[in-house]
Ligand binder design. Structure first.
Ligand code: IVH
Length: 717
């Protein structure tokens, strides 16, 4: 097991070298329990930092869990070894009666908000600062730091002699609440600073927040349980921090970014705000890398750049923050009431807005799921005009009690579909009736049922239902399945409504005449569509399986199944036990696949598709399962554009030979396949000393030249 310093060194450490590793004591080599505990803590801290701060995991979860359990066992056997900075303390702690008050040594202020969301907002701030400083236009420009305005909850972290001793909310700015137990559960926050010479007191201020994907997952899980969902990531983060039971807080995947200081004693404070953030990062604290430094023009550029990328950030922001960079100039500017003159928040348009519900409709999905959708009075939110929003399912609509006529809060953040997150009950018009889910499918009239333990109502009509047929065709035709270019929803709609296509095989029996009759279908596009349908006949087993739309079989599962069974017939005849033998396949998937192929009409669809000439190479997957595939057990990462292969093609070739393609480079990567304009993945490969291949070398490797080599180095030939 490598030492902490090695791990930090590899993963772009805070600080500059072994001397700044967070737990220098473990270097005492003696194999005493104390030395072992210190070593385990250092390893866990290093993995936490790599995972939660650098976003570059260094070990698999199982290995991490093993270290953690070893440390817990050691501390249980030697209670004297337990320390406040031990990672085991992140999960310990009893529910509280209430939170103790904490008097802030340095008041926690708020920032003035600039509501003019245009470039003028930044100019107005610069003009105010210059006026205060009596620096006319002819003087050199003021240097500012720009950063994101995170939408979470402000926290003060107090480190004494390098150890986290207290975490407090902002409260009224003078007095906050002691939330140390809950903050300890946030793995991005170091329990000990990464330095050999910690200052006696260092208070770090920043924002606790929840990533959007973590928020969606949290709500998805709550929805599946039929529990109440959170309105937005900020509320979820704030609710989690103010949770009296730390065991619940520990289950909420909170994150943190540092953006400033509170009290310090004996710390050589850098002269600038940007220097402070760099120093905090070096101490192991998470600092967001979306930052800029410069004059007012750079602030305007930053505001515009972030606005353009706001949707693709992994977390919510409600603006950007500009701060005078020099701490001396900050002191000179001082405060007005409770706001510093040296900082401003420059907002973006909101991601939550009020509107009214004009109607509630019910849509039918591919698997028959009935989704209530609110038709809304158009509202501009999160950068787009929203006219409808999902209400998810019957139990959610009951819980939120959304009614036609209601005034509701609509949220659209990131590329997530718009959602009704709450109702303003006091604005409900008289006579608005509760919404009831229909007992019959609104499309085909079949009975709509809710199965035991499920939150969704489903149409029981199967492929009798035109809505399900349309969705099944679109699913089959999508790029990642059969890749039938040109078969979009408008055409599918006409094909199904016109009774031209009833089943998947009907697609392959279409003729030019029938297609050209469709509305808005020129003869040329009809011919093109026929050609893509024809080309889709030659496919791969994973694509075909995924395209069939078996419940719970996504792309990854389709690949696993194909690799394991090697042929469609082997899969169709597999028992539930056989299916459970596939790695990654659990009882739900096994049952679903088995049920699917047990139905004669599904087998008939498969047979007809084969009779229509749909085909794929068989057997390669089986070779991989038997461990004889040339790339079995090897992990690749693709970066840049390859000269002849598309990314999907390269991935398919690697996977067909038993290899895996991962999204990011780690120590576990065997080869990085490099094309033109390769980016940070190539840098990372160089940093970790991972071998690289070009397309020609990849192709050579696939033909078995070097694949038995255990070493990740690609032999010259
Ligand atoms: S600095 C004296 N920087 O916005 C300035 N605040 O009203 C203190 N916030 O409650 C705040 N991102 O929680 C600062 N990059 C950032 C911030 C930020 C979010 C929050 C903070 C505070 C509120 C300011």
């Amino acid at each position: 097991m490598p030492h902490t310093a090695d791990l930090f060194g590899e993963a772009e450490a805070p600080g500059t070298g072994p001397s700044s590793a967070p737990m220098p004591t473990h270097a005492a080599a003696a194999d005493t329990p104390a030395a072992r505990a210190a070593s385990l803590r250092a390893q866990i801290a290093a993995h936490d930092h790599a995972y939660y701060v650098l976003d570059a995991p260094t070990v698999p979860d199982a290995e991490y869990d093993r270290l953690f359990r070893d440390l817990q066992a050691l501390e249980a056997a030697h209670p004297a070894l337990a320390t406040t900075d031990s990672p085991t303390r992140r999960v310990a702690g009893r529910p509280l009666e209430g939170f103790a008050p904490v008097a802030h040594r340095v008041a926690m202020l708020s920032i003035r908000t600039e509501t003019d969301t245009t470039a003028e907002g930044a100019r107005a701030f610069d003009a105010r600062v210059r006026r205060e400083l009596k620096r006319p236009e002819s003087d050199p420009p003021v240097v500012y730091a720009a950063e994101l305005k995170f939408d979470g909850l402000a926290i003060n972290l107090r480190y004494e002699d390098g150890v986290l001793v207290q975490a407090a909310t902002r409260g009224d700015g003078e007095t906050g609440e002691d939330v140390t137990q809950n903050v300890r559960t946030i793995r991005a926050i170091p329990l000990r600073l990464a330095t050999d010479a910690p200052p006696p007191v260092l208070e770090v201020r920043g924002e606790v927040y929840l990533r959007r994907d973590d928020f969606e997952a949290l709500n998805e899980a709550a929805r599946a349980r039929g529990d109440k969902t959170f309105v937005n990531p900020r509320n979820a983060a704030a609710g989690s921090i103010r949770q009296l039971d730390p065991a619940i807080a520990a289950q909420r995947p909170l994150s943190f970014f540092a953006y400033g200081l509170g009290e310090t004693q004996g710390w050589a404070t850098p002269a600038t705000h940007s220097g402070v953030l760099d120093a905090l990062r070096a101490l192991g604290l998470p600092v967001c890398h979306e930052r800029a430094l410069g004059t007012v023009d750079d602030l305007i550029g930053f505001h515009a750049d972030i606005a353009a990328r706001r949707d693709s950030l992994p977390f919510d922001i409600d603006g950007v923050v500009y701060k005078v960079d020099s701490l001396a100039v900050q002191a000179q500017l001082g405060f007005v009431t409770r706001e510093p003159r040296w900082a401003v928040a420059h907002k973006y348009p909101p991601q939550e807005m009020l509107t009214t519900v004009e109607a509630i409709e019910v849509q039918v999905g591919r698997t028959g799921k009935l989704t209530p959708v609110a038709r809304l009075a158009p509202v501009f939110v999160g950068g787009v005009t929203v006219t409808n929003a999902t209400l998810h399912n019957a139990s959610e609509i009951e819980r939120k009690d959304v009614r036609v006529g209601d005034t509701v809060i609509v949220r659209r953040a990131g590329d997530v579909i718009p959602e009704v997150v709450g109702v303003l009950a006091d604005r409900r018009p008289p006579g608005a009736m509760p919404f009831a889910m229909p007992h019959a499918c609104p499309v085909c009239g079949s009975l709509a049922v809710r199965e035991e333990g499920e939150v969704d109502n489903r149409c029981s009509g199967g492929l009798i239902c035109a809505a399900q047929r349309k969705q099944a065709l679109l699913h089959f035709a999508q790029r990642r399945a059969m890749d039938i270019d040109g078969l979009g929803d408008k055409i599918v709609e006409q094909l199904v409504d016109g009774g031209i296509v009833r089943t998947l095989p009907d697609l392959y029996r279409l003729g030019l005449l029938k297609l050209a009759e469709l509305e808005r279908m020129a003869e040329k596009s009809a011919a093109n569509l026929l050609q893509s349908i024809d080309a889709s006949r030659r496919t791969t087993l994973p694509r075909f399986l995924f395209g069939l739309g078996i419940r719970h079989v996504g792309e990854a599962t389709a690949k696993d199944l194909a690799r394991h069974f090697g042929s469609l017939d082997a899969l169709m005849n597999a028992s539930v036990e056989d299916l459970l033998a596939v790695e990654q396949v659990g009882p739900v998937v096994a049952e679903s696949v088995h049920t699917f192929f047990a139905q004669p009409q599904q087998r008939e669809v498969v047979e007809q598709l084969r009779a229509c000439g749909v085909e794929w190479p068989e057997g390669e997957g089986a070779a991989a399962a038997a461990g004889t595939a040339p790339l079995a057990g090897k992990t690749f990462v693709l970066t840049g554009a390859l000269p002849t292969l598309s990314r999907d093609q390269a991935q398919a070739l690697i996977e067909a030979r038993g290899g895996k393609v991962a999204g990011s480079v780690s120590k576990k990567t065997h080869w990085v396949v490099v094309g033109s304009d390769a980016g940070s993945k190539l840098d990372k490969a160089r940093e970790l000393g991972i071998a690289t291949l070009d397309e020609a070398e990849l192709l050579a490797l696939m033909h078995g030249k070097a694949a038995t080599s255990e070493s990740p180095q690609f032999p010259p030939d």
